[in-house]
Design a binder for this molecule. Sequence first.
Ligand code: CDP
Length: 325
Amino acid sequence: MANKKSDTVLITKDGIRHDGRKKDDLRNISFEVGVLDRADGSALIHWGRNKILAAVYGPRELHPKHMQRPDQAYIRCEYRMATFSVPDRKSPAPKRREKEISKLLGEALEPALFTYLYPRSVIDVFIEVIQADGGTRCAAITAAALALADAGVPMRDLVAGCAAGNLAEKVVLDLDDVEDKEGMGDLPIAYLPNLEKVVLLQSDGVFNPDQYKEALDLLVPACKKIYQLQRDAITDKYSQITEEVSKELAEAAEEEAKKEEESAKDKKKDDDSKAKDDKKSKKATDDKKEKADEKDAKKKKDSKKPSRKKDNKASKDKEKEAKKD
Ligand code: CDP
């Protein structure tokens, strides 16, 4: 939080905030799941003006080996802010704040994962803040949980994050950059909505015990609401995939049926032409046989008839003998 305060009215007497929200209103949140081809899982979150990309690689073998855990996977989280993500150019070198957020986000993600399934492995979670507008750590962990689910890493639960704040002694939900810098306090949490467990809780600024309780009473339902959005995003992606796969399968089956129909048609054509040929050749053989039979019959008939030539010759021979006598 910055010390310099502007004249912005953060919250009116009627409880309306500088951007028109009421105390328990969240900014608009939307997700895109599976946005990176090379990552095992990824998610892009738009949370108000925040734009944050999370990419998951692994589980994979961890190097250097001395960092391996013999009984579980190591969740290596890296939170970075792009130099252009904030109004004043940020140095590209990782600062204390980024190192701290990286560590605590990794630790907050761990209880949601079955890390014991992947001993000696690492699950890398890279978080890039492309545009920042307050509450980036909460948005970051929300996107990271979705990227882990997209990577198919076995999970006990998703993780949803949100922050509450103290604006002029009024507890409100989901601070933007102006409220974060000019308000009296900021209380981010990360929550496992099904297991009902808080896995991250920080507090920066001033909250009295009642305000603290009020903040948690706002945060838990807000995290459950964010969880529903996460669920919808992942379900949408996988129902789309299911639809695409079933469409592809239906197309393949149709193609197969067409091929079978065509080959059946071809076979019928072949059979018909073969039958025609057989008929033709049978007819030709029959004709040939008939002709041969006719010829044979004629031959036989001819052989039974006495030859006139022979008879003539015999009578001439008889006449000659008679003359001689
Ligand atoms: O973002 P988050 O609330 O989790 O962390 P923060 O340290 O309380 O920062 C609050 C906001 O300050 C960020 O979301 C950014 O909008 C802004 N910020 C900035 O303008 N320049 C930085 N170097 C770091 C943060």
